[in-house]
Design a protein around this ligand. Structure first.
Ligand code: FAD
Length: 461
């Protein structure tokens, strides 16, 4: 008999254990809480939300909204828990966090196919992986013992540990009437987009930045790992002008509109080859996600910025998935070993749930020796679940970075194909909005008749 173990009862592990059990397979879910808590976890419940209670947009024309809809279509336990326990949040899906985790904990605890063990797994050696199956979903704050064991298993260079990431914005959401392309002192081509502040704009931004709310991270100030990469708001708090000699220094930059050096400048650096994403240089931050959106939109040129990824200042363990995993989050040389959640390099709550779902489905298929003639829907590249799996397992392993759900992950359509689908789906929205609707409806059309979705999109106008 092959035993199946899921390690980590967070968002990914809870979804995975449920899907495996629903397929009729006995599964043991091992969670270290409440015996051991990471620096961000506080409750003994499964699927704890470590920070915000928002699972972000609920609109299908938003990539994370589409991802949710795909999960709903697939009997996701965690999405069901979110829908049942939502609190008012406009177009977003926010939840009562305790009721949300409580529901999931109850469902998992009462499931006849799930056994629960509360203990810390310190090594993979305890599982006989030639016979048993293991799905690792221990998250960005994987316990130190297991982290070190995985390092040995995968190789030192293939388990990353980074603590400072600046936010990334969509290129299309930048106000090009405000920003200008230039490199400092005109060195090389205009490699950066520069957001110029006048004095009044800077002073307003400065006050909002130093007074903004930060995400609570236990023992943050004592953690050695954060030394040497100070959050932008901490630099700002050292003095009103400190930023002007640091990340916001304007020297060597002339705004072509005024012919003068601005009072301060935020530089945006291209973040991907396709130039669809830019990151805010030097903006590693501990501000919570809502505050990042509010305060960083005060930067001239970013008034309507769409954040592809928010800045984070916490431990974030993730493996070099493209090097080690085949499509389906399955280890390349140890086929009974699967990974899911943030440890694979997906970024965000819903993305972690999605990867838990897909990894579980792939584990089930392997366990039951199901051979698909063509890619199952959850791995189809046109869907957000599939697009994410393709990115995580097949990106360039030399430059692999965690990623939120976004429409850049699904295959691009050329203008003619897009126009054809726009007509077919009766889409009238122009530009980015129209494109997103095309990609969203294309994905959903694999799952269901999208006539209702088209009507809803038309009603919104
Ligand atoms: C401080 C912080 C704030 C974040 N804020 C947000 C946010 O606001 N919005 C957002 O979308 N994303 C946020 N994220 C990113 C990410 O979406 C979450 O971390 C998400 O919870 C990841 O899901 P997961 O299932 O991969 O890991 P987790 O939800 O962290 O679950 C992992 C589980 O594994 C357990 N575990 C760890 N090691 C072991 C072990 N050795 N043995 C047994 N059990 C173990 C842990 O106790 C935990 O329950 C944040 C991350 C961090 C660290």
């Amino acid at each position: 008999m092959n035993n199946v173990y899921v390690i980590g009862g967070g968002l990914a592990g809870s979804e995975a254990a449920y899907q495996i059990a629903e397929a009729g397979i006995e599964v043991t879910l091992i969670e270290m809480k409440p015996l051991v808590f990471s620096e961000a976890h506080h409750s003994a419940s499964f699927a704890e939300l470590v920070c915000s209670n928002s699972l972000r947009s609920n609109q299908i024309e938003n990539a994370v909204g589409l991802l949710k809809e795909e999960l709903r279509m697939n009997n996701s336990l965690v999405l069901k828990a979110a829908d049942l326990n939502q609190v008012p949040a406009g177009g977003a899906l926010a939840v009562d966090r305790e009721a949300f985790s409580g529901y999931i904990t109850e469902q998992l605890s009462e499931h006849p196919k799930i056994s629960i063990e509360r203990r810390e797994v310190v090594s993979l050696a305890e599982f006989n992986l030639t016979q048993n199956y293991v799905l690792i979903a221990t998250g960005p704050l994987t316990s130190e013992h297991l982290f070190n064991d995985l390092k040995q298993f995968l190789g030192d260079d293939d388990l990353y540990f980074f603590d400072a990431v600046a936010p990334t914005v969509e290129a299309e959401s930048i106000n090009y009437n405000r920003v200008f392309a230039a490199s400092r002192y005109d060195k090389g081509e205009g490699a950066y987009l520069n957001c110029p502040f006048d004095k009044a704009e800077y002073e307003f931004f400065y006050e909002e930045l130093i007074n903004a709310e930060t995400a609570p991270v236990k023992d943050f100030d004592n953690l050695k790992l954060f030394q040497g990469c100070m959050p932008i708001e901490s630099i700002a708090k050292q003095g009103k002008k400190t930023l002007l000699f640091g990340p916001l220094k304007p020297v060597g930059l002339i705004d072509p509109k005024t012919g003068e050096q601005p009072y301060a400048v935020v530089q945006l650096r291209q973040d991907n080859k396709a130039a669809t994403l830019f990151n805010l240089v030097g903006f590693q931050t501990r501000l919570n996600f809502a505050e990042q959106k509010r305060v960083f939109r005060l930067i001239p040129g970013l008034e309507n910025a769409v954040f592809e990824r928010f800045g984070v200042m916490h431990r974030n363990s993730f493996i070099n998935s493209p090097k080690h995993l085949s499509l389906g989050y399955q280890h390349k040389t140890c086929p009974h070993l699967f990974f899911a959640g943030q440890i694979t390099g997906v970024e965000g709550y819903v993305e972690s749930i999605g990867s838990g779902f897909v990894a579980a489905k792939c584990l089930i298929a392997h366990y039951q020796n199901i051979k698909h003639q063509q890619l199952p829907l959850y791995l189809h590249p046109d869907t957000m679940l599939g697009g994410m799996a393709h990115y995580v397992c097949q990106a360039d392993p030399h430059n692999f970075q965690p990623m939120n759900a976004n429409f850049g992950l699904v295959p691009e359509l050329d203008a003619e194909q897009r126009n054809q689908l726009k007509q077919k789906y009766r889409i009238t929205a122009k530009g980015r909005q129209g494109r997103r609707q095309v990609y969203a409806l294309r994905a959903l059309s694999y799952y269901r008749n999208i006539e209702k979705d088209i009507e809803l999109l038309n009603e919104k106008k």
